[in-house]
Design a protein around this ligand. Structure first.
Ligand SMILES: [Zn+2]
Ligand SMILES: [Zn+2]
Length: 325
């Protein structure tokens, strides 16, 4: 494996820097932008979440009549369904990469395994700590926001749209969900780095420098309430429940993959699937960079974009020195 990013030693360093997507290129690159918008942005995980949202809406969500009345019974079912999906994805990746260690530390950003004796974590055990915060608080807050939004939709408290009446509008809204989720993430994450909120809440997520699948939504309850508040958009912008559920997957399931700790999942001798997110990994490593995600490159405007190169690391050092003087 090649040497790693910046100060990193012994982990995997992807060969290419993280680039701003071609959608934002100047002068415009229309063909590349369109390809990115319709394919690269979605492949492969976005496609999976869309298919999953359709299946979940049709087979794993209580009926509209039942959801029109707010009741503990069906809200609990939503919690159980989300906990099961998180358990399958995080548990599956964790088993494959960390228990079975199928590919050893190939493509692993940090050349260490999760902590099993550290006072930073509950029960001194990183994975158990991460599972606790993800399931007890993460899935609960996610499911409550989702259930309340579905209840408002089912009971006619918010305006709804159905696919048979507005397929183009809903397809565009599905695409925009990516940008809404990542823009909201930059905004709330920037807020969470405000020192009082960082100390009270966000520090818990940052205890994980060496992240794993269960780290994805391992956050303080206050952070969960802020983070999953992206659901509130659907109270003013009419969409279909498939889009509501999909947005939950972007915030609830997608971080499992992007925090996996590995850049690539090796399947067999040749096949590789991108699992990690170098951009966010660099945030866990350096804190004051990469507050957002690449689809909404606000960090590039804010001067906090770290593309993983030595030059970006040098620029960060300069910034830190300037801040100190
Ligand atoms: Zn993170
Ligand atoms: Zn952070």
């Amino acid at each position: 494996m090649t040497q790693s990013v910046g100060e990193q030693r012994g982990g995997y360093r992807p060969p290419d820097p993280v680039e701003v997507p071609p959608l934002y290129a100047w002068p415009p690159r229309p063909t590349a932008a369109l390809r990115w918008l319709l394919f690269d942005l979605w492949f492969p995980w976005g496609f999976l979440y869309v298919v999953l949202a359709i299946v979940v809406w049709n087979h794993l969500t209580p009926g509209l009549e039942r959801m029109a009345t707010l009741e503990v019974g069906w809200v609990t079912l939503v919690w159980l369904r989300n906990a099961a999906l998180l358990g399958l994805l995080a548990g599956g990746l964790h088993w494959w990469l960390y228990v079975r260690r199928t590919q050893g530390s190939d493509y692993k950003y940090v050349d260490r395994w999760p902590a099993t004796d550290s006072d930073r974590f509950l029960w001194r055990h990183q994975v158990r700590d991460n599972m606790f915060w993800s399931l007890a608080s993460g899935v609960t807050v996610w499911s409550l926001y989702e259930a309340l939004t579905l209840w408002a939709w089912a009971s006619g408290r918010i305006r709804g749209v159905v696919w048979s009446e507005a397929p183009v509008y809903l397809a565009v809204m599905t695409l925009l969900t990516f940008f809404w989720s990542t823009t909201h993430f930059w905004l709330n994450h920037r807020l969470l780095h405000w020192p009082p909120l960082y100390r009270t809440a966000h520090e818990l997520h940052h205890r994980n420098v060496n992240t794993g699948p269960w780290t994805g939504i391992s956050m303080h309850p206050i952070e969960h309430v802020i983070y999953f508040s992206m659901f509130l958009l659907w109270w003013v912008v009419p969409v279909h429940p498939t889009v509501i559920i999909l947005s939950g997957f972007f915030n609830g399931l997608s971080p499992v993959v992007t925090h996996s700790g590995f850049d690539q999942l090796a399947l067999g001798r040749r096949a590789r699937v991108t699992v990690g997110d170098l951009f966010h990994h660099l945030h866990h490593r350096h804190f004051e960079v990469n507050y957002g995600n690449t689809p909404s490159p606000i960090d590039a405007l804010a001067g906090t974009w770290h593309d993983g190169t030595d030059e970006a690391q040098e620029a960060l050092r300069h910034r830190r020195r300037a801040d100190q003087t």
